[in-house]
Design a protein. Structure first.
Length: 146
C-alpha cells in the first residue's frame, strides 16, 4: 500500500510539473501573439513590451545590440512606416520551457510588404524568455533574415 501511495504522489508531482510547463508555454505564446497584434497595427512600442526593459536585453542580427532602448531605437529606425512594417506572421513555433523562469523559442517569421515598403522578408529566430515580476519577457533575440 505504501508503494502505491508513493507512486500516486510521484504521478501527481509529474502531472503538476507537466501542467506548469504547459501553462508557461501558453504564457510565452501569448506574448508572441500580443507582439504580432501590436506589430500589425503599427505599434512598435507595444511590440517592445514583449522584451525585458533592461540594459541586459540583447538582440543579435547583422550586429549585436545591447539594451532595451537601443533595440527599440533600431526597430523605430528600421521600420519607420506602416509600409516598412508590413504584416507579421510567426510560424514553426517551438516553445521549450527549461525551468520555472526560462524558456527558449524557435520559429520563422514572415513580413508581407509592398515593394515600396521593401518587399516581403522573412527568416528564422531564437528567443530566450525569462519570467520575472512583470511576466515572461524576451531577454535575448537572435534573428536571421533569409
Amino acid at each position: 500500500m505504501r508503494k502505491l501511495m508513493m507512486l500516486a504522489v510521484v504521478a501527481l508531482l509529474g502531472f503538476g510539473a507537466m501542467t506548469a510547463r504547459a501553462d508557461a508555454a501558453a504564457d510565452v505564446k501569448q506574448v508572441l501573439t500580443e507582439q504580432t497584434a501590436a506589430w500589425n497595427r503599427g505599434d512598435v512600442k507595444a511590440f517592445m513590451a514583449g522584451y525585458d526593459n533592461s540594459p541586459e536585453t540583447t538582440f543579435v542580427g547583422k550586429k549585436v545590440t545591447h539594451g532595451w532602448q537601443q533595440v527599440m531605437d533600431n526597430y523605430l529606425q528600421g521600420y519607420s512606416s506602416r509600409e516598412k512594417m508590413g504584416k507579421l506572421e510567426f510560424s514553426d513555433l517551438d516553445v521549450r520551457v527549461l525551468d520555472e523562469a526560462t524558456a527558449v523559442v524557435t520559429g520563422r517569421f514572415h513580413l508581407t510588404r509592398t515593394e515600396a515598403g521593401g518587399g516581403d522578408a522573412g527568416g528564422v529566430y531564437s528567443l530566450v524568455f525569462r519570467r520575472g515580476a512583470s511576466g515572461w519577457k524576451i531577454v535575448l533575440d537572435h534573428t536571421c533574415v533569409d
